[in-house]
Design a protein around this ligand. Structure first.
Ligand code: ADP
Ligand code: MG
Ligand code: ZN
Length: 477
């Protein structure tokens, strides 16, 4: 029998507020354990939660960005379970009346994933197990999250990873989360089942927890699909359970049997009023919503004539997109946008990643990049020289024109000067001339290399090519 996988993803995404969801404690990552805590997030008796307005606005922003339906009155509920990292003995979340239902994450022009719901909830603390003792750090307790739940509609591990990448780029783009996987602000659980191809029913699913990289999501799902196929093919059954992914062995391992929602004894939190979101508030948040990545990508293709691949790369990060647009405009129309895109994708982004710069304060300014590219455009330097000028700009912060002047890098476009060097190289290499004349065109590359070396890369490559071929042909007997 042929089986097909069915995957549904749950993402916990930390909202980028300064303070926690129900108290004033800081959300800053990396503080010493238990330094960002108070009576409220430690669950002391007699304390009351106060809802963070900004967190709700961020959540609404996401709902609008995915076209979800925002409920006018939603309800915070208590989800009870007992675990040391949960000081109150319950988590405040949303259950049967979440603030947002439906919606779609557009992965690319041809693929989208439908959502069941998005709800607001608080994070739990963190248990730290050492050899001799276990500790709890409550800095995370009460951090605001949204949980984004897809329908069981994803058909492969690769699609799951693609969905997660675009969801992450979306939350960063609209500025509601830093989407940082290493710091735990973007976490994914994957529900996986298989069913006979053509069947409309869902198979029994397993839920894989703790997937901390996109690569591990793909590995875990791929492994789990195979595990389930083998189970069923050998006549056994998939048991519904919660699994852990072990990145080292690449396997999924049982963690606990799956809880049902009645195990949590949900009920509306009596300490919190209903969450009212009226149309005015929706409209106010909507006005703050920036152009979404896919719309922006379409605009880049249309306005700048970029290939889809470049437009997608540039719009994955809003700051990179804006850096690109500012650089294009700084070239005053003297450099094709495609050249600017090549440099931003090929040089600027890798450098920024390596040097960890913030695109709002780039080491190479948009004007600096534009000035460099204009020098190529007007033929002062070749693309190759531009790379060394660029390296020098990174090192010294000088502007490109002064670097070119200081290092004497101006491109030679004087034909007589080029002819002189070309003839010299030809005279030095009679064997290669004979090969060329015998039809071996490959030796052209050899000549160009020699000529460029002789001129330290400063001769206009276009002219060198034309002149070289002319001079070679003139030596035909
Ligand atoms: P919970 O995990 O809290 O019980 P749900 O039952 O709503 O919550 O399901 C959570 C996720 O599991 C959703 O993303 C949903 O698409 C997915 N899911 C549910 N049933 C299946 C299934 N049979 N196969 C794959 N994914 C499933
Ligand atoms: Mg779940
Ligand atoms: Zn607190």
């Amino acid at each position: 029998m042929q089986f097909e996988p069915v995957i549904g993803l749950e993402v916990h995404c930390q909202l980028a507020t300064e303070s926690k969801l129900f108290c004033g404690c800081s959300t800053t990552f990396g503080a010493a354990a238990n330094h960002h805590v108070c009576e409220v997030c430690l669950g002391m008796p007699g304390t009351l939660p106060v809802l963070n307005k900004k967190a709700v606005n961020f959540a609404i922003k996401l709902a609008l960005a995915v076209g979800g339906k925002v409920r006018e009155q939603s309800v915070f509920a208590r989800k009870q379970y007992f675990y040391p990292d949960l000081p109150k003995g319950y988590q405040i979340t949303q259950f049967d009346r979440p603030y947002c239902e439906g919606g779609t994450v557009q992965v690319n022009a041809n693929y989208s994933v439908d959502l069941i719901r998005i709800h607001i909830e608080e994070d739990a603390g963190k248990n730290i197990h050492e050899r001799e003792a276990s500790h709890v750090d409550y800095n995370r307790a009460g951090i605001p999250l949204v949980e984004i739940v897809t329908k069981p509609v994803i058909k492969s591990a690769a699609d799951a990873a693609a969905y997660l990448r675009s969801l992450r780029s979306l939350v960063r783009h609209i500025g509601i989360s830093d989407g940082n996987l290493e710091e735990g602000s973007f976490r994914c659980d994957a529900n996986v089942s298989i069913r006979p191809v053509g069947s409309m029913n869902l198979g029994t699913r397993c839920e894989i927890k703790n997937l901390n990289s996109f690569r591990n999501v793909e590995r875990a799902i791929t492994y789990e699909i195979e595990r389930q196929k083998e189970l069923i093919s050998s006549g056994s059954k998939v048991i519904q359970q919660t699994l852990l992914f072990d990145a080292e062995s690449g396997r999924t391992l049982p963690m606990r049997s799956k809880e049902e929602s009645h195990d949590y004894r949900y009920f509306p939190d009596p300490d919190l009023p209903l969450l009212h979101i009226d149309t005015e508030r929706l409209a106010a948040v909507e006005r703050e919503l920036p152009e979404l990545p896919l719309a922006m990508s379409a605009r880049f293709i249309e306005n700048y004539g970029l290939p889809e691949h470049d437009a997608d790369m540039l719009t994955q990060d809003r700051d990179v997109a804006s850096y690109f647009e500012k650089s294009v405009s700084a070239t005053d129309g003297k450099v094709p946008a495609k050249i600017v895109a090549n440099w931003v994708i090929g040089e600027i982004v890798p450098l920024a990643t390596e040097q960890k710069w913030n695109f709002l304060k780039p080491v190479i300014s948009c004007n600096g990049l534009a000035a460099l590219l204009k020098l190529i455009g007007i033929g002062t330097i070749s693309n190759k020289i531009a790379k060394s000028v660029f390296e020098e700009m990174v090192k010294t912060g000088e502007d490109p024109q002064s670097i070119v002047n200081r290092l004497g890098l101006i491109q030679v476009s004087d034909e007589d000067a080029i002819i002189k060097v070309v003839d010299q190289i030809l005279d030095d290499n009679p064997d290669q001339i004979a090969q060329f004349l015998a039809g071996k065109e490959k030796v052209l590359g050899f000549f160009v290399g020699q000529i460029m070396r002789a001129s330290k890369g400063k001769m206009n490559p276009g002219l060198v090519n034309t002149i070289l071929i002319k001079r070679l042909e003139s030596r035909r007997g």
